[in-house]
Design a protein around this ligand. Structure first.
Ligand SMILES: Cc1cc2nc3c(=O)[nH]c(=O)nc-3n(C[C@H](O)[C@H](O)[C@H](O)COP(=O)(O)OP(=O)(O)OC[C@H]3O[C@@H](n4cnc5c(N)ncnc54)[C@H](O)[C@@H]3O)c2cc1C
Length: 465
C-alpha cells in the first residue's frame, strides 16, 4: 500500500488527537527513533507516534485507517524481521508505556505493552518474584509474549505466553477489550503465540513465581576439541533432568568484550530455578563428571543480573538474519552437524543456541496455544549476525544452508520470534507451515472477527482469508 506523504494538516490533526510525541522525518531524532535492533532494516515511516497513554493506541489506529497508511506496532523493536517499523506509514511506538505493577498477594504482575524484560525483572525482584521471560533484557514483552517467549524458566514454568492471566487489547476498530479464559477466550488463545495479528496489547497480566533474588546459574565453556564430548554429555545429562534446570547451549566466536580469546567456543549455560541450591549443584556436578569443561563460572547470582548477563553479546544495530527449528534429540548425526557448523562460524556474531525444552513447557497440551510444537526436546535458533553490509549475502546463505542441514531432523516446529525477514520482500513465514492447518483455521477465524481488514499486517501475518 502506498500513499502520498502526510500533509502538515494531517500531521497537525494527529498531533492534536494524541497525548504522545510525534517524530517526523524532519526531526533531529528521526533516525534514532526509526531504528530497530536489526541494522539491516532501513525503513522510513511518515510518522512515529510515541504513545504516552493507552488512549493514544486507539487514536493512532484510527488515524492510520482513515488516512490509508500502513501501521507498524513497536514494542521493544527487537523483532529480527523488523516488524516494528514500516516504510512510508505510521509507527505506533509503545516504548513509553512500560509501567509494571506487582500484586504480591495475587501472585500476578501487570505489564504495559511497551515494557522491556528489564522493566519487569527490576519490578518483580523487590517482591522475590519472577515471570518467565527471554534472556536479553532489552527485548520487548509485547513481541516476546505474542510469539511465545522462551528463556531460563521455560522448563520450570513454560513460555511467557503460557503464564498469561489476561490481556488488555485495542482491536482494529479502536475498541478496548479484555481477553482471558473467561472473556473473549478465542482471542486470548490466539494471543498466546499468534503474534501481533489481532490487536495492540496495552497491558499483559502474568502469573509470577517466588524465586531469588539469588539463583544458582552459570556456564561451562568447552574449546573445540571438547565439543563432541560436551554434546554427547548433554544428550545424556538432559534425560530425566528436573524441570528446575533449563539449559541453553551456544556455539560462537566470542566478542572481545567477553575476553575469552578468538577461537569458537561451546558454552553450556544453565539456570536452576529452585531455592534448593544444593540439589542444583548435584546436577551440575553430574554434567561436570560427564564432560569436564575447560573453563567454568558457576555460583549464586542475582536473578535480574543473570537476566541481563548476555546483553553485551547482542548489540543494537548489528545486521541479522535468523532461522530456527525444533528437533527430537542429540544423536550422532545431529552432533556431527552441530560440531561442523560450529567450527565454520569463525566470525564474531553469528552463533546458534540449542534450547533444551520439555518440562513444564512440554506438558502444556498442544492445542492450548497456537505455539507450534510441544513435544520436541530441543529447539535450535541459528542467529546470524554481523556488521559489514558486504557480508550480507554470505552470512544469510550460511544461516539458510545450516537451517537446510537441520531439515532432515526437524520435528515440525518453527518459532515466529526467531525468524528473520526474507529478502524476497515478503515478511511472512508460511503460516500453514508454522501453525499447521487446524490451528491456522482457528487463528484465521479470530483474525476475521477482530481484524477483518488486516490492519495489523506488518508482522508474521495471518491474513483473514
Ligand atoms: C537480541 C535478541 C534476543 C532475543 N532473545 C529472545 C529470547 O530469549 N526468547 C525469545 O523467546 N525470543 C527472543 N528474541 C526474539 C524476540 O522475542 C522477538 O524478536 C520479538 O518479536 C521481540 O519483541 P519486541 O516487542 O522487542 O519487538 P518489536 O519489533 O517491537 O515487535 C515485534 C512484533 O510484535 C508486535 N508487537 C510488539 N508489541 C506489541 C504489543 N504490545 N501489541 C501488539 N503487537 C505488538 C509488533 O507489531 C511486531 O509484529 C530475541 C530477539 C533479539 C533481537
Amino acid at each position: 500500500m502506498t500513499r502520498e506523504p502526510l500533509s502538515d494538516v494531517e500531521l497537525g490533526d494527529l498531533r492534536e488527537s494524541v497525548s504522545g510525541r510525534l517524530v517526523v522525518p524532519e526531526d533531529a531524532g528521526f533516525d534514532q527513533a526509526r531504528a530497530v535492533w536489526n541494522g539491516m532494516i532501513d525503513r522510513r515511516p511518515a510518522v512515529i507516534v510515541r504513545a504516552a497513554r493507552a488512549d493514544d493506541i486507539g487514536r493512532t489506529i484510527a488515524f492510520a485507517r482513515e488516512h490509508g497508511c500502513e501501521l507498524a506496532v513497536r514494542g521493544g523493536g527487537h523483532n529480527v524481521a523488523g516488524n516494528g517499523v514500516v516504510d512510508g506509514g505510521v509507527v505506533l511506538d509503545l516504548g513509553d508505556l512500560h509501567r509494571v505493577t506487582v500484586d504480591p498477594e495475587a501472585g500476578t504482575v501487570r505489564v504495559e505493552g511497551g515494557a522491556t524484560l528489564a522493566h519487569i525483572d527490576a519490578a518483580t525482584e523487590a517482591h522475590g518474584l519472577v515471570v518467565p521471560l527471554g534472556v536479553v533484557s532489552a527485548t520487548g514483552i509485547g513481541g516476546l509474549t505474542l510469539g511465545g517467549g522462551v528463556g531460563w524458566l521455560t522448563r520450570r514454568y513454560g513460555l511467557s505466553a503460557d503464564n498469561l492471566v489476561s490481556v488488555e487489547v485495542v482491536t482494529a476498530n479502536g475498541q478496548a477489550v479484555r481477553a482471558s479464559q473467561a472473556e473473549n477466550p478465542e482471542l486470548f488463545w490466539a494471543l498466546k503465540g499468534g503474534g501481533g495479528n489481532f490487536g495492540v496489547v496495552s497491558a499483559f497480566t502474568f502469573r509470577a513465581y517466588p524465586l531469588g533474588p539469588q539463583v544458582l546459574a552459570g556456564s561451562f565453556v568447552y574449546r573445540r576439541d571438547g565439543w563432541r564430548r560436551a554434546w554427547a554429555a548433554l544428550s545424556e545429562w538432559t534425560r530425566g533432568l528436573p524441570d528446575a534446570m533449563t539449559t541453553i547451549t551456544t556455539t560462537l566466536t566470542p566478542p572481545s568484550i567477553m575476553e575469552m580469546g578468538d577461537d569458537p567456543l561451546l558454552i553450556v549455560g544453565f539456570a536452576w530455578a529452585s531455592p534448593d541450591h544444593s540439589e542444583g549443584e548435584v546436577h551440575i556436578d553430574r554434567l561436570r563428571a560427564l564432560a569436564a569443561p575447560d573453563m567454568e563460572e558457576v555460583g549464586l547470582v542475582r536473578w535480574a543480573e543473570w537476566q541481563s548477563a548476555f546483553d553485551p553479546a547482542f548489540p543494537q544495530g548489528v545486521r541479522a538474519y535468523w532461522r530456527n527449528t525444533s528437533f527430537a534429540g542429540l544423536d550422532e548425526e545431529v552432533i556431527d552437524l552441530l560440531v561442523r557448523r560450529g567450527q565454520e562460524q569463525t566470525w564474531v556474531g553469528t552463533a546458534f543456541d540449542v534450547h533444551h525444552l520439555g518440562g513444564a513447557f512440554g506438558r502444556v497440551p498442544v492445542d492450548a496455544t497456537p505455539f507450534p510444537d510441544r513435544t520436541s526436546e530441543y529447539w535450535i535458533n541459528i542467529y546470524g549476525f554481523w556488521t559489514d553490509p558486504a557480508d550480507d549475502d554470505a552470512r544469510v546463505a550460511f544461516v539458510r544452508a545450516f537451517s537446510a542441514d537441520m531439515d532432515p531432523f526437524a520435528t515440525g516446529g518453527q518459532y515466529l520470534n526467531f525468524q528473520g525477514a526474507e529478502r524476497t520482500g515478503h515478511r511472512a513465514l508460511d503460516p500453514a507451515r508454522v501453525f499447521g492447518p487446524a490451528k491456522l483455521e482457528r487463528l484465521v477465524a479470530v483474525k476475521r472477527q477482530f481484524d477483518p481488514d488486516n490492519v495489523f499486517h506488518v508482522n508474521h501475518n495471518i491474513p483473514p482469508t
